[in-house]
Design a protein. Sequence first.
Length: 246
Amino acid sequence: MARLNGKVAVVTGAGRGIGRAVAKLFAAEGAKVAVLSLTPGNVDRVVTDIQAAGGTAIGVVCDIADPDQVQASVDNVVATYGQIDILVNNAFDPSSVASSIVDLSVEQLQRNFETGPIAYLRMMQACYPHLKASGDGRVINFASCVGVLGMTGYGPYAMAKEAVRALTRTAAREWGSDKITVNNVLPVANTWGTDDIPAPSNTLARHGSAEEDIAPVVLFLASSDAQFLTGYSLTPDGGMIIDSAR
């Protein structure tokens, strides 16, 4: 039996990379999937792929930095499917993630927060009543090892992604009584679609595959197998962090 039969999942940033892999795997496992992304063409392609494989999906164009679009997107999903059981907060603007601390402007930092923890918070708040009604709600937020390790040159990204982890931990405590689990995923993956990028400095000496290494971990957190896991940061990173550094 498919692991997500009867579930409705919202996946942000689902037009490409890890989000696309998650959306397609969820659909293959029986979920009805809302494919959210900023780029209409990407949305259409992922929905077409899911439907061609026999899955169920709708496409929703959404700028997660716009609170009105966030709420409208959630309303659209509920109007279409009647429920939301799973929220995957994966979308993020990658265009302004790099800066040293000495050169970091408030404006650049704000953009990282707008498309990171602030957007995730708004999406979580909009989905909350539906996740609670589910009786088995799941929130999976994407953070990053960059913040955990304090990697140089990525100050704004690191700060925003660590805020995501704080949001996740707090929501996990507050929403546990509502039977909603809230967890983080901190991946290391090749989302560029090319094999000529340098290997990362992790133990396995390679980038993860969105389809083979990252999406299955997200599926685990969305499935009944992870029903007793909440407030946790799961790290499909090939040994970039290792527990002792966390």
